[in-house]
Design a protein. Structure first.
Length: 242
């Protein structure tokens, strides 16, 4: 197990033994959450059976909340949108337009069967992506996800810019990350995001930080950063189904 997520050996995930290139797919229209989960589960089964290549699926959801395996009903302060129970790790979070969700389906048995190290790899992927926009993302040992310091708000204040929630089945990962590009941040006010209630810790986005980037800009930054951590991805035209 990895005791310190700061110390990640990037060579441990870069090549799946005997595996081909990771498929890279973008869906341009919002995907309903139940459809996304069903598609992921089917693909994970095929990857585990070595019937399909590993996949990174980039998409957006319509406004909704998902609750992970550690979710608490009390963290739902005032539901504005549908709430879905999720088998991923973590607590309650929001998904919606302006947020780039990346569902990552990798065969960790052929890479490295270590969940904590895998989460650290996802964090590193996000941090390297944000660096393309001169945003310094940081990990926290006591809080999963990627954070940015906010000295403009006061000493010790920081905001979460990307969330992580994963699940494994037969050592194939699914669910993944959510990077806030330009979502409506008021939608997070109806929940205690990821169970973090400390008023010093909020939620932000790239646009909120003063970086007028588009979703396409973020997608272009995600791919090379992914390849640095997880290996080569194979391009594929945008689609709506997997």
């Amino acid at each position: 197990m990895v005791n310190d997520r700061q110390n990640l050996d990037l060579t441990t995930f870069a090549q799946a033994a005997g595996g081909g290139a990771v498929e890279w797919r973008i869906t341009d229209t919002p995907v309903p959450y139940p459809e996304a989960v069903a598609a992921m589960e089917a693909r994970v089964a095929d990857i585990a059976a070595q019937k399909a290549p590993e996949l990174v699926w980039l998409l957006e959801h319509p406004p909704l909340y998902t609750s992970g395996t550690s979710g608490k009903p009390a963290d739902l302060l005032g539901p504005r949108f549908p709430v879905f129970a999720s088998g991923r790790g973590g607590q309650l979070t929001y998904h919606g337009p302006g947020q780039r969700v990346a569902y990552v389906m990798l065969d960790l048995k052929r890479r490295r069967p270590d969940v904590r190290a895998y989460v650290a790899g996802l964090e590193e992927w996000i941090i390297r992506t944000l660096a393309a926009f001169n945003v310094s993302g940081e990990r926290r040992e006591d809080r999963v996800g990627v954070w940015v310091n906010r000295p403009d708000k006061g000493f010790g204040f920081e905001d979460k810019i990307a969330a992580i929630g994963v699940r494994l089945r037969r050592w194939v990962s699914f669910h993944g990350i959510a990077v806030n590009v330009e979502p409506d941040l008021t939608h997070f006010e109806a929940i205690v995001p990821c169970g973090v209630a400390d008023p010093r810790y909020g939620v932000t986005s790239l646009v909120d930080l003063g970086h007028p980037v588009t979703m396409a800009d973020v997608d272009l930054a995600l791919r090379p950063a992914f390849e640095e951590v997880f290996g080569t991805a194979k391009a594929r035209r945008p689609e709506t189904t997997i």
